[in-house]
Design a binder for this molecule. Structure first.
Ligand SMILES: Cc1cc2nc3c(=O)[nH]c(=O)nc-3n(C[C@H](O)[C@H](O)[C@H](O)COP(=O)(O)O)c2cc1C
Length: 295
């Protein structure tokens, strides 16, 4: 394992290692305005939501690694404490990247990148009409993290209004994760796109108290067949099945076949049962998978 002391690395090296590893990052396409009314539009992937109540986002226009200068977006939010955070979908990604060009102060990146300005309801900076979600925000605080090359500046933005395009909603009026077609930033020039094929669900452990991987027998924990994801799913079950429930599993035709074919061959029996459990977990049948590994 390569172990690096951050104090031995240059800002450029730090940026490289960290941006490849801390990824994918959502993109805040921030529209801001200065006190003279000049509009700016810039993407920031040092961005996330940090609170639901109050609804708060943070993005970070960093000091340039190259020459330690600050960005227009930062100067703008210090002058006019408002912004619109526009969410970037796949259809916008090339123009969004173009908007990150270091144009001179006063140049409106809406025009440079070919986006449409849409008047906001509460704040002065305009929204990006093409964005599937537009968040009108009031800037509560700006926290500088340093004064050296690459130092971030946290812009704490409280969301006041949420605009959502209707075409990304499902029948219940909620955002359909498969329809919003999000993109995210990774290291270097890499991006990723959230396609329906790349989406999967993981059951939330919040409502239940899972038994934990440590409650599983050693032979299951050390299985050469079951993966970490398999153990995570098994450990998320609330109760171990009763002996009767485990025994009843012997009559399952797949289990019965394995038991009949491996009489006196404990090693292969365990491996085949674990393979069956792995298949059951792949189709989401965690309850039966747990009974199979406990046989
Ligand atoms: C997708 C993407 C994400 C970016 N994320 C950041 C970021 O989080 N912080 C930052 O300082 N610069 C980031 N940049 C570079 C800025 O967008 C660029 O320096 C910015 O447009 C400067 O504009 P301004 O001086 O007009 O504010 C990013 C660029 C792209 C294309």
């Amino acid at each position: 394992m390569l172990t690096l002391k951050t104090s031995d690395l240059s800002p450029m090296q730090l940026q490289n290692y960290l941006q490849y590893a801390i990824a994918p990052r959502p993109i805040c396409f921030a529209s801001t305005i200065d006190s003279e009314g000049n509009i700016n539009l810039s993407p920031f992937s040092f961005f996330n939501m940090f609170s639901t109540n109050p609804p708060m986002c943070i993005f970070s226009p960093a000091r340039r690694v190259r020459d330690n200068t600050t960005k227009h977006s930062l100067q703008n939010v210090l002058e006019v404490k408002e912004c619109v955070i526009n969410i970037v979908d796949y259809a916008m990604v090339q123009q969004t990247s173009l908007a990150s060009t270091e144009y001179a102060k006063g140049v409106n990146e809406f025009e440079k990148a070919g986006f449409t300005m849409l008047e906001s309801h509460l704040v002065k900076p305009p929204r990006v009409a093409e964005a599937p979600v537009q968040l009108e925000c009031v800037v509560k605080e700006v926290i500088p993290l340093g004064d050296q090359h690459g130092a971030g500046n946290l812009v704490l933005a409280e969301i006041k209004l949420i605009h959502i395009k209707e075409e990304i909603l499902d029948s219940e009026g909620k955002i359909d994760q498969a329809k919003i077609d999000l993109v995210a930033r990774l290291g270097g020039d890499w991006y990723c796109r959230v396609t329906p094929e790349s989406l999967f669900k993981v059951a939330k452990p919040l409502t239940t108290l899972g038994i934990g991987v440590d409650a599983l027998p050693v032979s299951v924990r050390n299985s050469s067949v079951l993966t970490g994801n398999d153990l995570g799913m098994l450990g998320n079950i609330e109760h171990l099945p009763t002996n009767e429930e485990i025994d009843a599993m012997r009559w399952n035709s797949n289990v019965k076949d394995i038991l009949d074919a491996t009489i006196g061959d404990e090693t292969n029996r365990e491996r085949e049962l674990h393979e069956l459990a792995h298949q059951l977990l792949t189709i989401g049948n965690v309850v039966d998978a747990l009974k199979v590994v406990l046989l």
